[in-house]
Write a protein that binds this ligand. Sequence first.
Ligand SMILES: Nc1nc2c(c(=O)[nH]1)N[C@H]1C(S)=C(S)[C@@H](COP(=O)(O)OP(=O)(O)OC[C@H]3O[C@@H](n4cnc5c(=O)[nH]c(N)nc54)[C@H](O)[C@@H]3O)O[C@H]1N2
Ligand SMILES: Nc1nc2c(c(=O)[nH]1)N[C@H]1C(S)=C(S)[C@@H](COP(=O)(O)OP(=O)(O)OC[C@H]3O[C@@H](n4cnc5c(=O)[nH]c(N)nc54)[C@H](O)[C@@H]3O)O[C@H]1N2
Ligand SMILES: [Mo]
Length: 768
Amino acid sequence: MSAGELRIGEPATSAAGVPGVAHALARCRELMGVRRSVQTLRLLNQDDGYDCPGCAWPDPRPDDRSRAEFCENGAKAVAQEATRARVAPEFFAAHSLTDLATRSGHWLGEQGRLINPVYKAAGSDHYAPVGWDEAFRIVADELTGLENPDEAAFYTSGRTSNEAAFLYQLFARAFGTNNLPDCSNMCHESSGAALTETIGVGKGSVTLEDLETADLVLVVGQNPGTNHPRMLTSLERLKRAGGSVVAVNPLPEAALMRFRNPQRVSGVLGRGTALADQFLQIRLGGDMALFQALSARLLAAEEASPGTVLDQAFIAGHTTGFEEFAAHVRAHLTPGDVATATGLRPDEIDELAGRVLAADKMIVCWAMGLTQHPDAVATIREVVNFLLLRGNIGRPGAGVCPVRGHSNVQGDRTMGIWERMPDAFLDALGAEFGFAPPRHHGLDVVDTIRAMRDGRVKVFVAMGGNFVAATPDSAVTEDAIRRCRLTVQVSTALNRSHAITGERALILPTLGRTELDVQAGGPQRVSVEDSMGSVHASRGRLAPAGPELRSEIAIICGLAAATLDRTATATATAAAPTVDWAALAEDYRRVRAHIANVVPGFADYEARLDEPGGFLLPHPPRDSRTFPTPSGRAAFTVNTCEIRPTPPGHLLLQTIRSHDQYNTTVYGLDDRYRGVRHGRRVVLVSPDDLAELGIADGARVDLIGVWTDGVQRRAPDFRVVSYPTARGCAAAYFPETNVLVPLDSTAKRSNTPTSKSILIRLDVHPEQ
Ligand SMILES: Nc1nc2c(c(=O)[nH]1)N[C@H]1C(S)=C(S)[C@@H](COP(=O)(O)OP(=O)(O)OC[C@H]3O[C@@H](n4cnc5c(=O)[nH]c(N)nc54)[C@H](O)[C@@H]3O)O[C@H]1N2
Ligand SMILES: Nc1nc2c(c(=O)[nH]1)N[C@H]1C(S)=C(S)[C@@H](COP(=O)(O)OP(=O)(O)OC[C@H]3O[C@@H](n4cnc5c(=O)[nH]c(N)nc54)[C@H](O)[C@@H]3O)O[C@H]1N2
Ligand SMILES: [Mo]
């Protein structure tokens, strides 16, 4: 654990290597001890082991895997779960909810694993132990007492397995609601919306092999050194095979600049590979203008030398809307607009266009730097336009690569965790279980908060995650949660969502990925889908953190059985599904048999999970250039790029992850690659902006949110750090800054909070 004063050093010029391994192992030893560390890490991402609870980056083929197929941050995620620290029952007698609400996320997480179901009664300020059956009865009472099922919402965080996710959405829909908000609403929703509309499938179209054999990979709005470290191994392989990498980012993220592969001796010892061949230091939100400018250059090059630049056969045979798109892009933005939006010089964009023209096979990767902006969906559509021009989709080494966050967030969607599942899915679900699932769309994350605030949602159930800390407008969200009659958290570790609750509250402790899951039918495995659509099994081996823990599946089945038995008797007219919940919890093969009947691509599920490395789900654009859009073709789209210069005296703030956190779980107070130690309340601003604003490096400031509703949002007491970020932009860590994200500031169409686009000013503290 770090102690002491906040310290700012130089940002690192390379990432990983010895320090990365050493940090991870020290953390593992601290939380798990030596023997448990060895035992646990040995099985991480191995074919007979468990899936890393960190990010969704895919594993290499089994014959191509390292014996230590994990990264520093994966090991830290495992240590957090497999820690020996426990939240004992006495803990809640000693700590009231009022007390817990004053604690930092870091402190809460450090208390260790939750091991007993606990209940906070109305009017009480303490949780007290409760039996499982009693807990299920409390939930069933509240749910069946609602006037209509849409007064409940069922949140999911993306660690939940396919099996648990499938049962959870079945429970919600059998109860009668599509209110299934999930972390994806705050994450890659914009990618799903843009890709579904343009290529007909809301998922990425490349495999690891594609990534390693492309000629050019653009890494846009993503910090893989911290958030997807194993991706760097693939980028390094690509470079060794002669490919190039371009980073587009307001921040010079260390790993993209230089990477030392800890899995190779030379990487541990040497200076490493310079990963990015070109770095475009773009302004926040400038990517749509950049991609339009690139496409305009490709169109001009084709005009100068017809038949040599665009893939005319692909455009004619597989797409719609080319002419409208081309006309729009040629005329839409002036060079001045592009400069204002991107902050880039024309020659930088020319250089990148030159690389694009030289590349036969190209992939664009992106993450939260594209998805959490007001125009995120249009921006990603523009990425697709750019790729379609040269036929860069549906062939080896080319395609779209949205890099997912949570380890099973993509699988949860496939299993039906979405407030707007298409009718085909609901038809199949209804047919399988003999009931009529509700058809009207449910609430996403932002709309759930609004509904709780307005008294329309009264019961909130969370399958994992940390809703109050991960969502925008913290003060508004916390008030909204407090208005609920009952909030239920199925969790592994303590977090702020256990301190800020409804009138009554339950914590239901659950097994994690690393733990052995034994049911009446014997030891169980679960399955997950990675960021590239590959599904594989995961089996934990550690003894559970406590004897009372239940698996997520057992908890869902318990809740569903208690609740639906009663709705069935109360509303005999509604066709209630006939599900033997107890039998499903006994043997997860039964769950998979249902999934195989309902979800396309899962035929023979059980047998294919036995295949080494699992199996790849179908993806028609990737597999056969078949585009399941209404026209049957990939769609070029016309997107209007709004140029929004930042008003003088203000900055555009992005909220990001440090190297020592997993979303709202804060492992430690260092952000090694960015040179920040022992503290998180820092705001990174470019030295030129600081000079213009007349603010000194190291100054103490409050961050003041500026938004159209006139409400003042303030994040107090930050230290200014002079940092090489793009002009006009600032960066600070989430979740400390979520208080600044207005609930109503969301991306068009995806309704994703604009966590990377918050207008602020700095309020400098008077000299002390
Ligand atoms: N260790 C660790 N791993 C994680 C997570 C974690 O918290 N810790 N979280 C997981 C989850 S759920 C997710 S979604 C992913 C998140 O993975 P990332 O998206 O890499 O995470 P962020 O920290 O949000 O970083 C956003 C990056 O985009 C850049 N950026 C921001 N705005 C713009 C823009 O307008 N244009 C461009 N071009 N770049 C921009 C930022 O400078 C930063 O480099 O990681 C997953 N993996
Ligand atoms: N300002 C700002 N806000 C953001 C973002 C941002 O970039 N900026 N990013 C957004 C993104 S991309 C995402 S994905 C969301 C994340 O939102 P969430 O998914 O809600 O948050 P996490 O912090 O990942 O949730 C951590 C908690 O999950 C529980 N947990 C861990 N493992 C398990 C498990 O195996 N089972 C169960 N049942 N519980 C478990 C633990 O109790 C832990 O405290 O946050 C979003 N919020
Ligand atoms: Mo995410």
